[in-house]
Design a protein around this ligand. Structure first.
Ligand code: BES
Ligand code: MN
Ligand code: ZN
Length: 496
């Protein structure tokens, strides 16, 4: 599918399918007005008769509009003037693309609608690029009858200001790179754990590094990890028939010597809970417990696509968390790579254990900052639901930059406190710490645990259990591609 920026003159609207926003109870956008005029007031009539009100979420396709050359005009309701949120804009753009089922060439004029926060034209272009990819996304690899492939071949994004063209072309490039990263994230995350094993993830990383000269990869197996004394990670993995892997990617987009930023992604390819077994219902969705890993791979791909001049390391601890006679057990004491000992209270709090060793491993890169991404706690879904990623950090400027990147990229995060008082909850009578802190503030105590392995660098933790995938319900389960947009925005902002 081809995307392009089209500087348009309204007198010469193209003879393709047009996507036009309609404001509820308000003035017509310039292009809607132009269509209205050539169709002898057809749109005005529709609106007057109440056939289309422009309510948010409303969509109406019109074919062979009388008096015009257009084969197809798709009206998209945008709600009341000045009330369209960034998330709303994203959603209606996705829905508009989905409604183009039979169209091969289209031009979107959704760039004309106003988005709250005075969003720029370039911002809308980038959002459209990502939303189009979202709207056309399918995961039917395992279906005998494939869903009909999208027929859309070309979408032009109309802009009317020549002065903005350069910024819009750049925004389109960024949006397409982010979209490519999100698609990779979704494909990996949606792949079931009987196929997507730690070894599979390592193979995917190797394949990715082959595609781009700036990317390289090294994979450590259990033997190497034993040498490094990664007792926490290996403890989690010991009940699984699948070998654990530590996947280390490096993206060198610049020849300048630069301390890297490390992205660390939780890669639990299936989380049964281990011997602290999850109830059957809660296990559905746990193939998504490697979304952090998938988002690191997705971000690496987006970086390489965009050729961003920056130095990034991607570290993925990949394991499967299984119960059984060889598996680790409650009250086992593990010695982490850092030397700190951990009493396992729940084998279902495995993510923080593998991340602990991965964080310690990061020290060797002397990173400028470390960001971990993990589907770490069910508690974050209780606190923030499905819209915000939780962010906890030991460095205020890093936290602020990530929050801003989330705001800017329409992939938002919200801060939670990492106060010392919470550290009390993970005390153990037998080891340096326990791996859980009880039910209160579960997301915070998980981050407190991680903070003990992140003392040597600036660090931020993203708990994406509510945002990286829809995990429950039998029909709606699907990965989202988040937080690739936020991470990419943060990295883009650092280079400009
Ligand atoms: N992978 C889960 C967290 C999770 C739960 C992600 C639901 C997405 C949806 C994590 O490993 C886990 O099991 N966490 C426990 C921690 C508890 C034992 C302290 C949880 O959240 O219940
Ligand atoms: Mn778990
Ligand atoms: Zn888990």
């Amino acid at each position: 599918m081809k995307l392009s920026i089209q500087l348009t003159q309204r007198e010469k609207l193209p003879k393709t399918s047009l996507i036009v926003g309609i404001i509820e109870g308000g003035e017509l956008t310039p292009t809607a007005k132009a269509i209205d005029q050539t169709s002898h007031g057809f749109l005005t009539k529709l609106i007057k008769q109440g056939a289309f009100e422009g309510k948010m979420g409303q969509i109406l396709p019109l074919y062979h509009l009388e008096g015009t050359r257009y084969e197809h005009v798709l009206l998209v309701g945008c709600g009341k003037k000045g009330k369209l949120s960034p998330a709303g804009f994203r959603k209606l753009t996705v829905n508009a693309v989905k409604a183009l089922s039979k169209v091969t060439h289209a031009t979107t004029y959704l760039t004309e609608v106003e988005v709250m926060g005075e969003k720029s034209l370039a911002w809308k272009v980038k959002q459209i690029a990502e939303a189009v990819s979202d709207g056309l996304y399918r995961f039917d690899l395992f279906k005998s009858e494939k869903e009909p492939a999208p027929v859309l071949k070309e979408l032009a994004i109309a802009i009317s200001e020549a002065k903005q063209e350069k910024a819009c072309v750049e925004a389109l490039k960024q949006g397409q790179a982010v979209a490519a990263g999100m698609t990779l994230m979704k494909n990996l995350a949606n792949t079931p754990s009987n196929i997507c094993t730690p070894t599979f993830l390592a193979e995917q990383a190797i394949a990715l590094a082959k595609d781009y000269a700036a990317l390289s990869v090294e994979v450590l197996g259990e033997k190497e990890m034993k040498k490094l004394k990664m007792g926490a990670l290996l403890g989690v993995s010991q009940g699984s028939a699948e070998e654990a892997k530590l996947i280390c990617l490096e993206y060198k987009g610049t020849t300048k010597k630069q301390a890297p930023i490390a992205l660390v992604g939780k890669g639990v390819t299936f989380d049964s809970g281990g011997n602290s077994l999850k109830p059957a219902d809660a296990m559905v969705g746990m193939k998504y417990d490697m979304c952090g890993a998938a988002s690191v791979l997705g971000t690496m791909k987006a970086l390489a696509e965009l050729k961003l001049p920056i130095h990034i390391v991607g570290i993925i601890p990949a394991v499967e968390n299984m119960p059984g006679g060889t598996a680790y057990k409650p009250e086992d004491i593990l010695t982490s790579m850092s030397g700190q000992t951990i009493e396992v209270i729940s084998t279902d709090a495995e993510g923080r254990l593998i991340l602990a060793d991965a964080l310690t491993y990061c020290e060797r890169y002397q990173p400028e900052a470390v960001i971990d991404i993990a589907t770490l706690t069910g508690a974050v879904v209780i606190a923030l639901g499905f819209h915000a990623t939780a962010i906890l950090s030991n460095n205020a400027p890093l936290e602020k930059a990530l929050l801003e990147a989330g705001e800017e990229s329409n992939d938002r995060a919200w801060p939670m406190p990492l106060w010392e008082e919470y550290q009390e909850q993970i005390k153990s009578p037998f080891a340096d710490m326990a791996n859980i802190g009880g039910r209160p503030a579960g997301t915070i105590t998980a981050a407190c645990f991680l903070s003990r392995f992140a003392k040597k660098f600036h660090w931020a933790h993203l708990d994406v259990a509510g945002t990286a995938a829809m995990m429950s319900g039998t029909q709606e389960r699907m990965a989202t591609g988040r937080p690739v947009p936020m991470l990419m925005q943060y990295l883009i902002n650092r280079t400009s």
